[in-house]
Design a protein around this ligand. Sequence first.
Ligand SMILES: [Cu+2]
Length: 341
Amino acid sequence: MKNRGFGSKLFIFVIMIILVFGLTACNQDTENKANDDDHQNTNQETGNNTTEEEFIDQEVYPAEISRNGDQVDITFYTTQNKIEIAKGKFYQGWTFDGTVPGPVLRVKQGDNVSFTLVNKDPHMAHSIDFHAAETPWDKNYIDILPGESYTFDWKANVPGTFMYHCGTPPVIAHIANGMYGTIIVDPVESDKQQVFEPAREFVLVQSEFYAGAHDVDDMINGQPQVVAFNGKANKYQDTPLEAKPGELIRIHVVNAGPNNFSAFHIVGTIFEKVYLNGNPNNVDEGVQTVTIPPGGSYVVELRVPEEGLYPMVTHSFKDAEKGAMGLLKITKDAKDQPLAP
Ligand SMILES: [Cu+2]
């Protein structure tokens, strides 16, 4: 009897819980519906039938870079900015200096780098991790709180093309939201090491964008919405990278990830030489495709004899279809372009 009494009380209690939660959920549905209606009304008023999203778009502070002999001083500013990751598709970027990827840095082997990170993002901590540096993580790759800054020094001992990124947890989000870039450490010639011959150079950073800046679960378990070279899907379809027939082309390819490997390939060409991590000693010849892990890089060199269009892709075509595709245009009239146009 006692047990049955307890059982029926429990039954009533459970029913009440279900009713309360059911009603709350209904209320939320109604509220969400109301918000959706508001949104649609706003959109109808503006004649815009796409969903308006609120983006944080802070003032941009360009990076400061100065050199005195072999001393290089670099200051980066972290901010949140509205970025365009595909034609007409916007995303809440977390950025170094307002751009995704962040600025391309270029130093010489042997340089002393003094790096300052100023966190202008009022909402969260950020940090820096240079793959080109050898320095203690717990001392220098520390979280910088909003409004604060931190300076540390390191020496560029190893030549190559390296990734840098924000390393604040969850790292996957700080990378997926845009906090990464390229630092090139140009090699110094010695009896053990060659330097690269002059070439027309470009930097391409492959990366993925997921459902939203705060959807960490999708970054971990989902599939990217966009995969891009240099921050925007199909960026070089309408404005290709350009080079002249027969000239040496060197492309520094960094894979920022955060998750997918890149299988970098240029249709209609064979890489004359490829350099793992961009170190001139790590050379292979006559290569069709290079495998670049997240956090890794390859420098590829090629010469293209014939004028025409040559698509640059990741040969992992699910990601090429999501935007990791662009054109290399070989033309006698090739114009000068920046490293990462
Ligand atoms: Cu960050």
